[in-house]
Structures are given as C-alpha cells and as structure tokens.
Design a protein around this ligand. Structure first.
Ligand code: ME8
Length: 515
C-alpha cells in the first residue's frame, strides 16, 4: 500500500470532531474502525501514524460560547478533554491528537494559505451567498433542498454578503475529476465515487475561504480582520504534524487513508485534493466514506435527539464488547443499525459463549488432565490436520480481508475458526481420551492444538479487542511480550514449546442477563 514511500509506513486519519456536543456512538464507530486498521497495520510490521483530533473553530462554536458567557477556548477546552477521555477508554491508539486551536496548527494553516496565495490561487472578492452555520457550508440556490434549506442537515441557511478571499478551485476541477476517474482506489466505496464524479461534472465554483462576521478562527496572514473558513482550516490538520518537517513529510505523506463519514466525502475528495494540487503536494492515496449508525431508522445525531452515549455503554459492557459489536455488525461503507438487544446477543453468543468457552474449556482441560503443562504433539490424524489447515487458512484470509478494509468479513472469518475449534473439542472428546492410558499422546496432541488455536486467535483479534487479546495471551502465558507480537506469529502453527505451562482460566465476558 505504501510502495512509493521509502519505508514500510502507514498513515491513517479520522475526521477531527466538532466540540459542539458530547460525542455519540456514531463518532466512536469511525474512530474504532480507524483504530482497528491502525493496530492491524502495526501487527503487519508497518510503522503507523494514526491521527485524530478536534475541529474547534467557526461561528457555531463562537455563538455557543457567547450564549454560555465564556470564551470559545474555555468552551472547547472542556469538551475536547471529554473526547480525549473517551478515546482512552475506548482503547484508541492514536499517535497524535490535533486541536485546531493549537499554535502549531495555526502556523501550518497560515503557511499553506500563503503558499497558495503566492501562487496566485487565492484572490480577494465579494461573497454573496447562502451559508449553513451548523454545517459551516456554503451552498448555491440550486443546491438547496426542496424547502430552500441546507441539503445536508435541512436547517435554514443564512444569506451572507461580505468581502472575502476565494480559492481558485475551478482551476483544479478537471484535474481532480481525472484523478478520481483514473484511480479507482482513490475514493471508495464505488457509490461515493459515482456521486462525487457527478458533483464535479456539474461544475466547481471558486471556494470562499474567509469570513469577517466573526473572529473565532485562524486569521488570514496579512489581513487579520478575515478568519480562514473552518473547513479550509480543518482539512489541513492532516498535514499539521508533518508540514515543515521534511523527514516526517517524506515518511508519512501522502496519507494512506482518510476515513470519513459519507456526508463529508465532498470536502475530502474534492476540496482537499484541489487545495493539495494548488500547494503542489501529493494527494492522499484513499478516501474511504463509511456509512452511518442508524437508530430507529434515522441517522444518530444530536440534532435528532437520538444519541447513545458511548461512555455509558463502555461502563456497562466494556470497551472491547462495544468495539467488537461495531466492527462485526456493520459492513463498512453501508449504514448499520445500532440496537441494544443486538449488542447483548452478540456479547452472549460470540464473546461469552464462543470465545469465552473455548478459552475456558481448553485451559481447564490442560489443568485437569496435564497439570497445566503442554506436551509437544507427535503425529496427527485427519481431524488434527484439518484444524491446523483451517487455522492457517483463517490467518491468510484475515490478512487479505483486513488489507482490503473488509473488516466485518475479517471478524467473521476469525469467529468461524473459533466455532471450528469448539467443534474440534466435541469431535476429539478429550475427556474420553483422558480415561485411556494408551491415548495419552493423542490427548496431548488435542490439548496442544487447542492452545495453539487460541494463541493464533488472540493475535488475530488484537486489532479489534486489544484488552481481551492480552488476557488470552496472559492466560496462555505466551513467552513473547504481547507488544512484540507480529501477524507472522499467527501464520505458523506450533509456536508453543514442549513443557510450556499455561495459566488458569479466567472469565473474559460475563453473560448478560436479559430482563
Ligand atoms: O464533520 N454514524 O465533524 P462531526 C456514523 N468537523 N458516523 C457518524 C455519525 C453516525 N450516526 N454521526 C457523525 C465534522 N458521524 C467535521 C470534520 S474533518 C477535516 C472535519 C461521523 O463531529 C461523521 O460522518 O460533525 C463524520 O465523519 C465524523 O463523525 C465527524 O463529525
């Protein structure tokens, strides 16, 4: 994926979230996917840079802060702290966190602005148009919905007329269209790609990139009564940690994936690429537009009042259970339902039963029949052979599916193997073998193969459920430090040594009683 870079590196981003309210489980969905991909890539030996952050400027924030009688910074400080707490609780492994109010970001945005301005791609003019403050988006008359409101959020737009700076986006329309058409991997899934191609074909106007009616933003260099348009400021966050550092830039830019929700694909696949072209910088390799988390048939969003608080869910069910549900239940690119009953069913069936029982039964039998000590296997029968080949096939498919961002399919593949391993216990009936002295080696083979299967499972699930993966690793007492484990370790069967002592089983997920 990163052949053009000098090292095996991988750079993934989430959108930076508006601190207009508490984050809901829909936001956590995007960040969890990005985290699973980042962890997978680390496991596959890449040097990963995973970025998220907060998008703090704009008229909406300024107005809300004024209403509360505090400064915008006081207002955002508190909310951004709650974002960071949530990501920590959800085990998000981001390498940096950009707050757009930080001086390092201001500097990069102003440098970027100047660079394009010096090239002649930013000019001063008069803006008269329609502005949606909640979405911080400009619209033309033609783009409004049937009620004359914002086509995205369907709230009223405001007529704005002011002196403003413009970015010559029209100049790059053909180039960006060509790029999207010639590079099928650039914008996925294909439905979003078609949407954007149609959008550009209707013509791209120059983009108004400054405002004078409020001041909570980054000043236009040399003309401080203007602040830079919040979306222009926001997308630049993706290069903030790299810009001005030639080595880091070379290592991580272009980004491998900008993962974003479907309603903001336009900003990422059209406006941001035009800006990068104007700045003579390479375009990101992929924009992936995921679907929405739906609740009761509607997009989960604060304005609809149907949000689910991820903090409460984590406290009730654990971060790993929530992560598992989001990754397993929703096919990336499509909308998916969030439903408490479905969550509980998954926890009980997949986590407490399938995975929990496999671990518990295996460690219990090794303890009971062999005093917790594994004995190296000798010989194999057809059932053993098929388990081992299924394990290797699973690891191979998993790598391919994760590389292709088919995350829910990858999760399913692992659970199919967990089911297969549980079936292996029933097929081999170790409790019967244990009663017959002549079956001692066969029993040892079965228990060894089960411990190995679990060792492999713990590696494969580590991008999805890092805490659970570590618990399995610890209960198996794998010698290798957990942090050093690589995907390759799951691609060989037979790593545990003769005489290896395993631990006692401890419950991974309690069953949830349904009232
Ligand atoms: O758009 N299901 O911020 P934001 C899935 N600041 N994803 C959802 C969702 C749901 N129900 N609700 C929201 C912004 N999201 C800008 C981004 S990037 C340079 C600037 C996703 O806080 C949404 O699709 O409104 C988007 O990708 C992300 O949360 C941030 O939304």
């Amino acid at each position: 994926m990163t052949e053009t870079k000098d090292k095996k590196t991988f750079y993934i981003t989430t959108p930076i979230y508006y601190p207009s309210a508490k984050l809901h489980i829909g936001h956590a969905y995007c960040t969890t996917i990005a985290d699973a991909v980042a962890r997978f890539k680390r496991l596959a030996g890449y040097e990963v840079f995973f970025l998220t952050g907060s998008d703090e400027h704009g008229q909406k924030i300024q107005r809300t802060a004024e209403e509360q009688g505090i400064t915008p910074l006081e207002y955002v400080d508190k909310i951004v702290a709650s974002f960071q707490e949530l990501w920590q609780k959800l085990e998000i492994s981001n390498d940096d966190f950009i707050r757009t109010s930080e001086p390092r970001h201001h500097k990069v945005v102003q440098d970027f602005f100047k660079r394009i301005q010096e090239k002649g791609d930013i000019y001063k003019g008069e803006y008269t148009g329609l502005y949606c403050t909640p979405c911080e988006s400009y619209w033309t008359e033609l783009q409004l919905d049937e009620n004359g409101c914002c086509p995205d959020c369907h709230r009223p737009v405001e007529k704005v007329s002011e002196e403003a700076y413009f970015f010559k986006m029209s100049k790059y329309a053909d180039a960006v269209l060509k790029h999207i058409e010639e590079n099928p991997d650039f914008l996925e899934p294909v439905s979003r790609r078609n949407e954007m191609i149609n959008f550009i074909k209707q013509g791209l106007e120059d983009l108004c990139v400054s405002r004078t009616s409020f001041d909570w933003g980054i000043p236009v260099p040399g003309d401080e009564k203007h602040v830079i348009y919040v979306w222009f400021d926001a997308v630049i966050n993706y290069i903030t940690p790299l810009f001005g550092d030639a080595e880091k830039m070379k290592k991580f830019w272009p980004a491998d994936i900008h993962l974003v929700g479907k309603e903001i694909v336009r900003f990422h696949s059209i406006i941001w690429p035009c800006m990068l072209m104007a700045a003579d910088l390479p375009l990101p390799k992929k924009i992936y537009g995921h679907g929405w988390l739906i609740i009761g048939g509607d997009k989960m969003s604060k304005s609809k009042g149907n949000v689910v608080d991820p903090m409460l869910l984590i406290d009730e069910f654990s971060a790993d259970a929530i992560r598992y549900f989001l990754l397993r239940e929703i096919t990336l690119g499509q909308d998916g339902n969030f439903n408490r009953d479905a969550l509980i069913t998954r926890i009980n069936a997949d986590l407490a039963n399938d995975l929990g029982n496999l671990l518990h039964r295996t460690l219990n039998m090794i303890g009971k029949f062999q005093k917790g000590i594994l004995i190296a296997p000798k010989g194999e029968n057809e059932i053993d052979k098929s388990l081992k080949s299924d394990a290797m096939e699973t690891a191979k498919n998993y790598r391919r599916l994760m590389e292709n961002m088919q995350i829910s399919d990858a999760v399913r593949t692992v659970w199919k193997f967990i089911g297969r391993s549980n079936k292996y216990i029933d097929e081999t009936a170790p409790w019967t073998l244990a009663k017959d002295e002549t079956q001692k080696q066969n029993l040892a083979n079965v228990l060894y193969n089960l411990a190995e299967s679990l060792r492999i499972v713990s590696i494969l699930i580590s991008p999805y459920m890092p805490a659970t993966a570590k618990k399995i690793h610890d209960q198996l007492k794998v010698n290798q430090p957990f942090e050093k484990i690589q995907l390759e370790d799951a691609e060989t069967f037979g790593r545990l040594e003769d005489n290896h002592e395993v631990g006692k089983p401890e419950q991974l997920f309690p069953r949830i009683e349904v009232k």
